[in-house]
Structures are given as structure tokens and as C-alpha cells.
Design a protein. Structure first.
Length: 79
């Protein structure tokens, strides 16, 4: 297993997991329970691990984490 992301941001962690599952990378969150034992102060970062053979696909999928997103306008009608 190889680490592809380390974060203490729960939103970033969940979004990364969605991206990796969709890409078929079989992600695993390490240190999830250690972070809970600390009392929720976010001192310990959680790590997302994938099997070695999925490293390239995982890193490519995670590029969407930092990609700019289109702003959502309330005035737009759905297509």
C-alpha cells in the first residue's frame, strides 16, 4: 500500500475517497481511529492508501481535488 493523500480536512478526505472509489483504486483510510482518539483536535492527519499498482491512477484521480470549479449560479436554469 502506498500513501496518496494526507489531510485532516474531513471534506477533502471524503471527496478524495469518492474520486478514488470512482477510479477503481481501492482506497483505504489509515489513522482514522487514531485521529478520533486524539479528541478531534485534528493534530493527526488521516492518510489515504491505495495498493501499489493503483498509485498512478490514484494520483491522476486526485488532481480533481485542486482543480478550479465553475461557480454555481442560482439564476441559471438546468439544461
Amino acid at each position: 500500500m502506498i500513501e496518496v493523500l494526507r489531510t485532516n480536512n474531513p471534506v477533502r478526505l471524503d471527496y478524495a475517497m469518492v474520486l478514488l472509489v470512482r477510479a477503481g483504486c481501492h482506497p483505504f483510510v489509515a489513522d482514522r481511529f487514531m485521529a478520533a482518539l486524539e479528541g478531534g483536535i485534528s493534530a493527526l492527519e488521516r492518510r489515504i492508501m491505495v495498493p501499489d499498482e493503483y498509485e498512478q491512477a490514484a494520483r491522476q484521480a486526485l488532481q480533481a481535488l485542486d482543480a478550479p470549479h465553475e461557480p454555481h449560479s442560482e439564476d441559471e436554469e438546468p439544461a
